[in-house]
Design a protein around this ligand. Structure first.
Ligand code: SF4
Length: 217
């Protein structure tokens, strides 16, 4: 574990966010398996990190009650019901768009179902975050979203937003300090709602597992 990872973990812990390091994806899965009880009610955000790490496969095991927003044949109404049903569930899994060395987590959503669950509702929130998402501060975190996370997520979701062609947010053309509101005005824009998780009240609720292997974007 390098100095930057140690600093980030210490900062997260100071902010009442449990944080620990796993060298490999396999270790991440093992550590989560040790936390979950059979029958646990679980939901998650759509996350490449969860898929790449193997956590997705774990939480989909039949011994858990996973509320699957992507199950075959699901209607938009049923999907919305799953988004709403996270209040009081045992675990919510997701990643973060960026984690700062000061121990803040930045997450950006189009629909806001994920950031709502992070902020309030599930008893526990577990974030699986590759060390590739560590940034110096919130300015860098915001730029990480505009240069990496949002364009790549637009590609993944098959959206034809300007960042797909440009490889970065349109707001960065001739402007290295865009505002939150800057960017495209497309109906399919994904960076609409911004959540910064800083000092938490309940120190048992949120856990960040930093993985030494790169995960997601
Ligand atoms: S504002 Fe639009 S162009 Fe910019 S990153 Fe978000 S979706 Fe892409």
């Amino acid at each position: 574990m390098n100095e930057r990872v140690t600093k980030t973990i210490n900062s997260l812990n100071k902010n009442n966010i449990n944080a620990f390091y796993c060298e490999t994806k396999a270790e991440v899965v093992k550590s989560i398996e040790g936390l979950l009880k059979d029958g646990a009610v679980i939901s998650s955000g759509g996350s490449v990190s969860l898929q790449e790490s193997g956590v997705w496969d774990l939480i989909n095991k039949p011994c858990y009650n996973y509320l699957d927003r992507n199950k075959e044949g699901i209607t938009p109404e049923e999907k919305t019901e799953i988004f709403k049903s996270v209040i009081g569930i045992d675990y919510y899994f997701c990643s973060a768009n960026a984690v700062t060395e000061d121990g803040e987590l930045l997450n950006v959503d189009g629909f806001a179902n994920r950031i709502s669950a992070i902020a309030f509702g599930p008893k526990k929130v577990i974030m699986v975050v590759g060390v590739n998402k560590i940034v110096k501060d919130l300015d860098e975190a915001f730029l990480r979203v505009k240069k990496i996370a949002a364009p790549k997520n637009c590609v993944r979701l098959g959206l034809n937003n300007p960042c797909v062609k440009l490889g970065h947010c349109v707001s960065l053309l001739n402007n290295d300090k865009p505002k939150f509101i800057d960017g495209c005005r497309c109906d399919t824009r994904i960076c609409r709602n911004y959540l910064i998780s800083a000092l938490q009240k309940d120190k048992e609720r949120m856990t960040v597992i930093l993985c030494g292997e790169e995960l997601g974007y």
